[in-house]
Design a protein around this ligand. Sequence first.
Ligand code: BEZ
Length: 325
Amino acid sequence: MNWKTLLAAVAGVGFALPALAQDREFRLGLITPPVHVWNQEVAALNDTLQEVSGGRFSVVAFPSGQLGNEATMLQQLQTGALDMAWLTTAEVTTRVPDMAALHAPFLVDNIADAAEVLRSEPAREILDGLPRATGTVGICYAMTGMRQLMTRQPVNSAADLSGMRFRITPAPAIRTFFEMFGAAPAPMPLTQVYDALANGQIDAIDMDFESIINFRYYEHAPNMMVTNHHMFGMVALVSARVWGAMSEEDRTLIGDAIQLHCDRTIDRFVDEEAGKLERLREASGINITDNVGPEFFGDIVERWDAEWANQTPYVARLRELVAGL
Ligand code: BEZ
């Protein structure tokens, strides 16, 4: 099922359908700051929507968690207090465990394959569970690249990671990975990470190149291990209440516009990832260890899969998909 056929699913879970206003400014929340690629593409989405709707529709962005953290925004979408959000797949895993498969450690070993997974049929199928579990419609995925480890102290072996207070994005599947190599995961929203590093509340972070550059985390955690240990997805959500109140024509118009900017976001991350690593090499005082693969973490992939395969069949399905790429 794709988003165009989701009206039936939305109607099936019994959402009220309020009267449709013709001209509409959609409120869209994000946790990322205005400089982030997601925010740039949301600004471009506003232009696209205005153009294709002849000015009837526009989007106003609320960046940097202005409306609250991602869990709060998900609740707001459910009640219809918020129209749209671009949230991390990590946040959605808390309601849709199948989505945890996208965070399987070392699922892909390069960003081009991450793009293939996010555009795949099994990944799209996972979106079908969103209306019932979250009261949202998942239009499409994008990403913020692959994740790396940044530490205050240099790391020479996996044993050095043991006991480190590692900031993670709040999500059970990510927590499992960090617990399995003996770290002490500290879940916290993106907006709190810089201060937590600066005041010594945490020793290390799980982060992507885009955010490392935007927030200059290397000022307090100057050691970066290039692990690419999981892809970090985004899902473009529309409140099911808002979606259910629109005509089929408007859903097509809006869905196509959002899909266009999901695709552009993915393409930008694929094209720009290597250049971001090169920019970080030029940043002062950063110590980079390249090519840290799954073997550094011993049998962690097998152990993680054994635990999460009990929660979702998509771990096996996505591993199978990647094996065939
Ligand atoms: C994070 O929680 O680490 C995160 C969230 C959104 C974009 C980038 C990073």
